[in-house]
Design a protein around this ligand. Structure first.
Ligand code: PTJ
Length: 255
């Protein structure tokens, strides 16, 4: 049901994001299970205070440096990510020169095509992984997500994987790829196994990541490599867990 959300409603932003997903479901981008996945994300978002924490900012900076130093970075897009960040995915691709590949857990050709057209409406070009193009295979992985584009994830050195479901991150790491994840749950297998995990809502992350990439673009390779080298994913995840233990509202008060 569609209501007009009062601007001064204390949860207006959260309700607006929910509507983007419901619109995505109605428009054939999102699966029903995607709404449940979002609910899990929302609960962690509540615990971190619905804000981009200092540890998330450090992870975003390391991610920006990693994307800029990669020779073949890929942005992996699923239904939820497309519905929440269509315009920002196109901007991110343009800012760091990463190609976009659709990769779905609940695979269907209709949804692949709908996501591709949705992204193209925002200026995305050459969206990979659609239709007959999924001819390469990720080893160590079962299910539909193992079928990937030979021009994309298969040959990528870095894969950006927001809202991931777990086992694919492990498989990509085993293949020798660098993995950057966005996951509100710092305890998820994805967050633990990725090289850089950004514990924050993807809706807040991508605009900051684009801005950070534009700022770091003029830095030389040594300085970017040093930013990546200083980042410790497990330590950063523990910081996020520490903030959750403190309680989001207190985090806001002390940072
Ligand atoms: O479009 P498909 O078919 O590829 O399916 C996509 C979903 C998301 C349904 C699928 O990948 C899935 O079931 O994912 P999971 O296993 O529920 O994992 C999603 C993870 O993303 C969880 O750890 C959530 O906490 C987290 N999450 C959910 N919403 C957000 C989020 N993280 C960041 N920002 C969000 N908005």
């Amino acid at each position: 049901m569609r209501i007009s959300i009062p601007k001064d409603h204390p949860r207006a932003e959260s309700l607006r994001v929910r509507e983007m997903l419901v619109d995505g479901l109605r428009g054939g981008l999102v699966v029903e299970e995607g709404l449940i996945a979002h609910g899990r994300g929302e609960s962690f978002d509540y615990l971190i205070g619905e804000t981009t924490t200092p540890s998330a900012i450090r992870a975003i900076k390391a991610a920006a440096a990693m994307l800029l130093t990669s020779s073949h970075p890929i942005i992996s897009v699923n239904g939820n990510f497309a519905a929440l960040c269509g315009k920002e995915i196109a901007e991110l691709s343009m800012a760091c020169g990463a190609l976009i590949e659709v990769n779905l857990f609940y695979h269907s050709i209709h949804r692949e095509r709908a996501i591709k057209s949705h992204l193209e409406r925002f200026g995305a070009r050459d969206v990979l992984g659609v239709g007959k193009n999924r001819t390469a295979t990720i080893p160590y992985l079962n299910g539909e997500r193992k079928h990937v584009d030979p021009m994309g994830i298969a040959v990528a050195d870095t894969v950006f994987v927001p809202l991931e479901d777990g086992d694919r991150t492990e498989a990509l790491v085993k293949m020798g790829k660098k993995v950057i994840a966005v996951d509100l749950n710092p305890l998820s297998r994805t967050a633990v196994h990725a090289h850089i995990s950004i514990v924050d809502n993807v809706v807040r992350v991508i605009p900051i990541l684009v801005q950070m990439i534009l700022e770091l673009k003029s830095e030389n390779r040594d300085s970017l490599t040093s930013i990546i080298g200083k980042f410790d994913n497990i330590m950063n995840l523990n910081e996020s867990l520490g903030l959750i233990r403190l309680g989001g509202s207190e985090i806001n008060a002390i940072t």
